[in-house]
Design a protein around this ligand. Structure first.
Ligand SMILES: NC(=O)CC[C@H](N)C(=O)O
Length: 647
């Protein structure tokens, strides 16, 4: 239930800005301490064009001079060795070497193999570089930062990580993030389900040793593709493995690099120093199973797991999110290279939240989630509770239903953290800012009014009450909504939404108005598997977005096969090929339809739709949901794409 997982953070300065102090990065990642554990954390800093000797850092069990010997054997000159003993004979070494780039790269790979296989104790070189430096250990970010005095360091770019291990244990530091090879470092939240295929790809290219944390392969994959001479953006497109619907890769490349693609849930941040420039890359898996927030202010670009990390260090940053299967790239010299969304969409995100207010009951600055919830409970007898400076605190108001507390108005100024107003029953939440993931889940009644944006999985299994988001909402919004007898929930979005809106919906009403656009902008797979309820999208929305439709090329392939088998005529083939999938399916008959149904529709319900104005009853119902709907009345008079399950 706890939407946890690792916490990631990345920041790159703008060329005109000063270097970024480590203290900023430590504050940001500590904001999402709850996403990690004491099982590992780390930082990577990049400083373009710094130093002409390599600093090699290694964890070594046993005699540390064996690393020096191995380096010498590879023709690399060692100028200094620094050893700090950690526990028993496990040590952390820092070694200065001189040598040619290619020789260093090759040497590290070979040495890691030997160190990892040494039956006298394992060892791992975890950081190499002139400009990249990794600091990692077992512990929370703050512990690692203290140990290496990260606060006092500076960088052009930083990555940070707090780890909740899912893959390798967490009691040795070589399992912690960031993972780095030479001039690349990565941090990752998620699981690499494609690990086996990825390892095979790497083994074919001479990579033999892996520490066992799945995330490590992401660093190696990037290095391998970049070494082949692919431009960074090209490498990203391969590794990202977007769905075939949206992939822009040529077929040959797609096949050639099939084992270099990542699968599974992931948000990863990659730092790369090309020698001429440094790059910050954020990638999100095609189903967007992990959060990914992008930020920009006058000094820097940010990638983070939660908005709270960015707000901790930049209250006024412009913030947007990655779409499923998209990526963000910025570099020190070029600035933004890809925003991960079209400019118009980026612009549709809400302005920074309001954190301050004069009349307040609770100042939540630096308050834990537990304390904030206790204070809200205590203050609730006033009937109205105003909280300011909220930044990422979780589970806000979730204890109220258990205590039987109803009819309270809770005002939140700032960024409400994950899982606000879950199970709400009869209270009103008014957020003067944004809410993060998993808010209003299993709400039974009451009202939640959000002035800004909501992120992913808003209103899951919503079964009563009203949610009104004036800004945008994210991915998998309003999934599994339901209604029972006279209890009908309403979810109204003033802005845009991403994929899987209303997936497995069983009741209730969802409306997307996109007041800044011409037609409601929604992602793919709207109403997939829907069995009840209604979704209203303002304007004419392409029916290709409804349900889990087969990609176009697959449908056309089926039509051609049906024609070959004489189940449809040549004329029908031509006609049907020009239609949207939903229309074509409606037109088809007999055996042809039967085949198509079996192939594409029997497992996942694809809903149907009408394009029309609201009828009188609907208008009355929807405009009367809450007094705030007054603001939208003009929009409600327009035409809508109304989506409902097939009878
Ligand atoms: N919680 C996570 O995101 C885990 C990341 C990665 N699979 C690890 O074990 O380190």
């Amino acid at each position: 239930m706890i939407p946890s997982g690792c916490g990631v953070f990345g920041i790159i300065r703008k060329e005109t800005a000063k270097k970024i102090p480590g203290s900023t990065v430590v504050r940001a990642i500590e904001r999402v301490r709850h996403r990690g554990s004491d099982k590992g954390a780390g930082f990577a800093t990049f400083n373009l064009g710094e130093g002409n000797s390599y600093v090699i850092k290694a964890f070594v069990e046993g005699d540390p001079t064996k690393v020096v010997r191995l380096l010498n054997e590879h023709g690399l000159q060692v100028t200094s060795l620094n050893v700090s003993y950690e526990r028993g004979n496990f040590c952390n070494c820092s070694i200065m070497t001189l040598g040619d780039v290619n020789r260093v790269k090759k040497a590290i790979r070979n040495i890691n193999e030997v160190l990892w296989d040494d039956n006298r104790g394992k060892g791992r070189i975890y950081s190499v570089g002139t400009s990249v430096s990794v600091f990692k250990d077992v512990g929370y970010p703050i512990d690692v930062a203290r140990k290496y005095n990260v606060d006092a360091l500076e960088g052009d770019m930083w990555l940070a990580h707090t780890r909740q291990p899912t893959n390798s244990p967490g009691f040795y530091p070589y399992w912690s993030h960031p993972f780095s090879t030479f001039n690349i470092a990565i941090v990752h939240n998620g699981d690499v389900s494609s690990f086996g295929a990825n390892v095979e790809f790497l083994q074919n290219r001479g990579w033999e040793s892996f520490v066992g944390t799945d995330s490590e392969v992401i660093a190696f994959l990037f290095q391998e593709l970049l070494e082949e001479g692919l431009p960074i953006e090209e490498a990203v497109k391969i590794i990202l493995n977007p769905s075939r619907r949206s992939s822009s890769l040529p077929k040959v490349k797609d096949y050639l690099y099939r084992n270099a693609k990542l699968d599974g849930p992931f948000t990863a941040i990659v730092g790369y120093d090309s020698g001429e420039d440094i790059y910050l890359v954020g990638i999100a898996d095609r189903s967007k199973f992990r959060p990914a927030i992008i930020g920009e202010d006058e000094n820097a670009f940010y990638v983070a797991s939660e908005e709270s990390e960015i707000r901790e260090v930049s209250a006024k940053a412009t913030i947007w999110t990655l779409k499923p299967g998209s990526y963000f790239i910025a570099s020190l010299k070029k600035g933004i290279i890809n925003k991960g969304r079209e400019e118009e969409e980026v612009l549709s995100f809400s302005a920074p939240p309001i954190f301050e207010t004069h009349d307040f009951d609770i100042d939540a600055i630096n308050m834990s989630s537990e304390e904030l919830n206790l204070r809200i409970e205590e203050t609730s007898s006033k009937g109205k509770v105003v909280v300011k400076n909220v930044n990422g605190q979780r589970f806000i108001g979730n204890t109220l239903p258990f205590k039987g507390i109803r009819g309270v108005e809770i005002h939140i100024y700032g960024v409400a953290g994950n899982a606000m107003a879950n199970l709400n029953d009869g209270n009103t939440f008014h957020v003067h800012g944004n809410v993060q993931d998993d808010c209003c889940d299993t709400m039974h009644g009451g009202k939640v009014l959000i002035e800004g944006d909501a992120r992913d999985v808003l209103g899951q299994t919503l079964q009563g009450g009203v949610i009104l988001v004036k800004g945008n909402a994210g991915n998998r919004v309003g999934i599994q909504m339901r209604e029972y007898q006279e209890k009908r929930p309403y979810l109204i979005i003033g802005g845009i939404v991403d994929d899987y809106l209303g997936e497995y919906m069983a009741g209730g009403v969802t409306i997307v108005l996109d007041v800044k656009g011409n037609n409601a902008r929604v992602g793919n797979f709207v109403g997939t598997g829907m069995v009840g309820g209604r979704i209203y999208l303002r304007g004419k929305v392409s029916p290709s977005k409804l349900g889990l439709q087969p990609p176009r090329f697959e449908f056309l392939r089926l039509l051609r096969a049906l024609a070959l088998d004489n189940l449809i005529s040549q004329d029908e083939l031509e006609g049907l090929s020009k239609m949207e999938y939903i229309e074509a399916m409606e037109k088809m008959q007999g055996k042809a339809k039967e085949y198509a149904m079996r192939l594409f529709e029997e497992k996942v319900g694809i809903p149907t739709y009408e394009y029309r104005e609201l009828n009188e009853e609907e208008f009355k119902e929807i405009s009367g949901v809450t007094p705030e709907m007054k603001e939208y009345e003009e929009f409600l008079k327009e035409k809508f794409t109304v989506i409902f399950p097939k009878k």
